[in-house]
Design a protein around this ligand. Sequence first.
Ligand code: SF4
Ligand code: SF4
Length: 215
Amino acid sequence: MKKEIILIESRDAAFRDLVLKTPVGEKLSTCMQCGICAGSCPVSHEMDYNPRQLVRMVQLGLKKEVLNSNTIWICTTCFSCSVRCPRGIRPTELMETLKPIAIAEGVKNKNERFDGVFSDVVRKNGRASEFLLISRYSLREPEMIKQAPFGLSLFSKGKLPMSIDKMENTRELDTIFKLGEKAEKKESREDNKEKNKETGTKIEKEEPETQETDK
Ligand code: SF4
Ligand code: SF4
């Protein structure tokens, strides 16, 4: 991939500070750019920026480049980088920290769309069905039409089952997703409060949290 030149003006100190304040940010500034994380990553060849570069970009506050890169979505959370980093930095958790920030900033790309479809299928069925994943993602990603001949050949050889494997009871799983959403909303409200404090904006009264009921 041809990379654009990054200008010093694109540095965003508020973004850098936001990430450094998260649990994974504690050690980020100690990165010595040894590249062990990048060398251990099984999918770095598919990434716009490898984990080593991403850590440096966060240190520099390159918000736009970090949040728009495919790196955070391509990561398979295999943890190879995190277990090998000599400085105890956890690039895996960094990717997971950056995802909600990218979503909150309205970043849209095909990797983010795939993540959304995957979560939705797992939430409703309790399992990842290949058939549902491919069919739903194809509806949201027009480029998937190019993969149609390959999909048909898999289907004709019986390698793409149309059966949907579903858990009997997905209620507990749904509760986990709801708790995650609630935590995300709370985190985002706290971030907004921090921003408002910094800018001196009047804080609106919060609506009380609704209690989840286990029906
Ligand atoms: S392995 Fe750790 S110290 Fe080395 S480049 Fe990656 S994050 Fe930085
Ligand atoms: S956790 Fe992600 S970034 Fe780290 S080695 Fe695995 S795929 Fe690469």
